[in-house]
Write a protein that binds this ligand. Structure first.
Ligand SMILES: Cc1ncc(COP(=O)(O)O)c(C=O)c1O
Length: 354
């Protein structure tokens, strides 16, 4: 057995969802489970959290369909909305809450009116990705209402709620609130960062993602400080231990050279498993719970770690992230975010759900 595995902890998912619910106060919590539940398994994550939350958020219709096929009857919000008329029909068939973010979607609705559509009108308040500008949104809401499809809510998405020096969210919130008030509709705006940090942004419905998966949206505040539990642990086994002499280099490109005589451990995990290839020497790992670091370049099936001063044996377990190694510390070392680390694990590692 190679022993490269991802352990998904469903009790931690439920705990984190409960924490989101506690922070949300009176607002509904829609747990974002898009992108395969941030790598935790779409159906698995939704099932683990369903008793704690009011509904789920996905990006795509396919994801909503999979949830429905698995028997999830809770409300589901499709954040990118329908892509064509067939999808609009299916949104209706599956009783989904649907985000309408573009004029072409409004046109498609007006040409094909429905009776019980649950439309969330997405407003561009400064992210400049998806969303209607406020004036266009007001007009669209009027046209939709006249055709019997009054939206059920107004939605926006924050660009910088996680920034320590954030000075944009207040303006985004004000613009969205103005549209919501103008239309007499409830608002949904908050992601994890805003849910934790800006209680006045909660509105009717919050949409946390990353916090549910045991990672902090902030670089300056840890997941443990927010009261979150680890839900994703990535580990592999040591398959070789090599002595190394001063001046000898390790791995492709010879990017790391030993300054002194020592030992290097070879671990059975690489970018073919989804561990980031660009993780630099010095990225934290743990062996038998003891801290160590990556040395040399990550290859497809293996990576190498420093074993100096560590009592280690072939077969020992190396944690890439989880309990002893904070996923957010790995993300920081790699210049990325935990979202990407969770999402890019390939199908190769064994998955264990506990
Ligand atoms: C529309 C929307 N709402 C909410 C979220 C959740 O954000 P986070 O994972 O930062 O909490 C996302 C994720 O990117 C999103 O796209």
């Amino acid at each position: 057995m190679r022993g490269t595995r991802v352990e998904i902890r469903n009790a931690a998912l439920a705990h984190n969802a409960g924490r989101a619910k506690q922070l949300a106060g009176d607002a509904e919590v829609f747990a974002m489970v898009k992108a395969n539940g941030y790598g935790h398994g779409l159906i698995n994550a939704a099932s683990a959290m369903q008793t704690e939350v009011d509904g789920f958020g996905v990006a795509l219709l396919e994801e909503a369909r999979q949830l429905r096929e698995a028997g999830i009857g809770a409300p589901i919000l499709v954040a990118e909305g329908f892509f064509d008329l067939d999808e609009l029909h299916e949104v209706r068939q599956l009783s989904l809450d649907v985000v309408v973010h573009s004029p072409w979607q409004v046109t498609l609705l007006l040409e094909n009116p429905g009776e019980n559509d649950r439309i969330w009108l997405k407003i561009n308040t400064g992210m400049n990705r998806l969303g209607l500008r406020p004036a266009i949104a007001l007009q669209a809401a009027e046209q939709l209402a006249a055709a019997g499809m009054k939206p059920v809510g107004v939605m926006t998405h924050f660009a910088c709620a996680d920034d320590e020096q954030d000075d944009r969210t207040a303006r985004q919130l004000m613009l969205a609130q103005e549209v919501a008030d103008g239309l007499g509709l409830p608002l949904s705006a908050a992601n994890s960062a805003a849910l934790i940090r800006y209680p006045h942004s909660h509105g009717k419905r919050v949409r946390p993602g990353i916090m549910l998966y045991g990672s902090s949206p902030f670089t300056w505040r840890s997941a443990a400080e927010i009261g979150l539990q680890v839900s994703h642990r990535f580990s592999a086994r040591l398959i070789a231990i090599n002595d190394i002499q001063p001046g000898e280099a390790v791995g492709y490109g010879a990017t790391w050279t030993a300054a002194q005589a020592g030992r290097v451990g070879v671990v059975a995990v690489g970018y073919g498993d989804g561990y980031p290839r660009h993780a630099p020497s010095g990225t934290p790992v743990a062996i038998n719970g003891e801290p160590s670091v990556l040395v040399g370049r990550v290859s497809m099936d293996m990576l190498t770690i420093d074993l100096n001063g560590i009592d280690a044996h072939v077969g020992d377990e190396v944690e890439l992230w989880g309990d002893a190694v904070d996923v957010d510390a790995v993300a920081k070392a790699c210049g990325t975010i935990s979202y990407e680390l969770f999402c890019q694990i390939t199908s190769r590692p064994e998955r264990i759900i506990v």
